[in-house]
Design a protein around this ligand. Structure first.
Ligand code: 6PG
Length: 231
């Protein structure tokens, strides 16, 4: 069974970015108060950078916060497609105040997937901030990608898997958190912009996960997805 789709719409992209940053900051603050530490898993791509830059200016005790990536393109850090590089740039104020960022792609490692699983062992995700592409992918769960079924296996014991998606922007070779890992997140926020993505998401909820992998986020077993949208 799937969750119903509830879209919270904002007047402007600026308002959307502020809302996403505020939501993440609130969840992180609540986790710090409750557990003494907090973790946000953040998507790459071009849409969320402004939200991350706003989040990084929030008055949190950043020494208690860990950031992880939802997915990564297997490229060096100086490649413009690197999600880690984007996060390091946008989150600089938080990282400068003691936040930790767990890299997903260990360039040069003998086995980057095993390395990523080790690095993400026991990760407790308070909030996963997801994006979506016009082909209905989220994270690096791309339709028809090699590795998609492992990524979408609800019973997977792996936190990170490798995916190869020839159509993916930036790099076809990807590492991604699994559906099982995102399924353990306390909160899931999906940030999208534009009419095309909104219409694609609305259709996706009636499609198979192999055709529209973003639908897997709406599995009833997952945390309720908070969809934030602006034109
Ligand atoms: C990635 C992502 C990916 C992203 C969507 C949307 O590394 O490509 O994490 O899942 O969220 O592709 O990307 P845009 O914001 O660039 O449209």
């Amino acid at each position: 069974m799937r969750q119903p789709l509830v879209i919270v719409a904002f007047e402007t992209r600026d308002a959307l970015m502020h809302a996403a940053a505020d939501r993440a900051a609130d969840v992180l603050q609540a986790a710090i108060s409750a557990r003494g530490s907090a973790c946000a898993a953040l998507s790459g791509g071009s849409t969320p950078e402004q939200a991350y830059a706003l989040l990084a200016k929030a008055p949190l005790d950043w020494s208690k916060v860990t950031f992880a990536l939802v997915d990564e393109r297997c490229v060096p850090l100086d490649d413009p497609a690197s999600n880690e590089a984007m996060l390091r740039r946008a989150l600089a104020p938080a990282l400068g105040n003691g936040a930790t960022l767990i890299a997903m792609y260990a360039q040069g490692a003998a086995n980057p997937v095993a390395e990523a699983n080790r690095a993400h062992e026991n990760l407790h995700i308070d909030v996963a901030l997801m994006g979506m592409g016009a082909d209905a992918h989220t994270a690096s769960w791309f339709p028809a990608a090699r590795g998609l079924s492992a990524a979408l296996d609800p019973a997977s014991t792996r936190t990170v898997v490798a995916v190869d998606a020839p159509q993916a922007a930036g790099a076809s070779a990807r590492l991604t958190l699994t559906r099982a890992a995102i399924g353990r997140a306390e909160h899931v926020v999906l940030l999208i912009t534009g009419d095309e993505k909104r219409a694609r998401l609305e259709r996706a909820l009636g499609e198979a996960e192999t055709d529209a992998p973003v639908a897997a986020l709406f599995d009833e077993a997952m945390a309720p997805v908070e969809v934030l949208w602006a034109l």
